[in-house]
Design a protein around this ligand. Structure first.
Ligand SMILES: [Zn+2]
Length: 131
C-alpha cells in the first residue's frame, strides 16, 4: 500500500498547487512520525500492562495481612483466613486468656483487641464476606 506521502509525490501539480501539496506532505510526514511514536508507545504500554498483570497475579497468590476491626488477620494464598489475631502494632500473634471474657492481647505491647476471644469465628465470617 502506498503511503500518503508517496501518493502526494506522484500527483502532477502546477506551481500554485505545489505549495499546498508541500504543506500536505509535511502534514503526512508528521502523521507518519506520530503513528510510529504511537505504535512504540502502545508496545511499551502492552509490555508494562503484561508486567503489572504478572505482578498482580503474584500478589494475589501470596499471603497478606488485612486490618479489620482494629486487628490484623492473615489471608492465606488459598484465599482463606488463618484463625489467629495479629497485633496491628508489632504483628505478633495474640491470644485470649479466657475467650468468653477477655479480648485478644499482645504480650509485647499490651495491645487489646476491641472484641472478645469468643467473637473470633463471627469476625472471621464477616471478614470473609467483606473481601
Ligand atoms: Zn503488639
Amino acid at each position: 500500500m502506498k503511503s500518503l506521502t508517496e501518493i502526494l509525490s506522484g500527483l502532477p501539480v502546477n506551481a500554485v498547487l505545489r505549495e499546498h501539496v508541500g504543506i500536505l506532505k509535511e502534514a503526512a510526514e508528521k502523521m507518519q512520525k506520530e503513528a510510529i511514536e504511537f505504535k512504540e508507545r502502545i508496545l511499551n504500554l502492552e509490555k508494562e500492562n503484561k508486567h503489572l498483570k504478572e505482578e498482580l497475579a503474584k500478589y494475589s497468590e501470596t499471603e497478606q495481612m488485612i486490618k479489620y476491626k482494629g486487628a490484623l488477620f492473615l489471608k492465606k494464598s488459598d484465599g482463606t483466613f488463618e484463625d489467629v489475631v495479629y497485633c496491628p502494632k508489632c504483628h505478633n500473634a495474640t491470644f485470649s486468656f479466657e475467650p468468653s471474657v477477655f479480648p485478644f492481647s499482645c504480650e509485647a505491647c499490651n495491645w487489646y483487641s476491641p472484641f472478645k476471644g469468643h467473637e473470633l469465628p463471627r469476625i472471621l465470617d464477616e471478614l470473609k464476606k467483606s473481601v
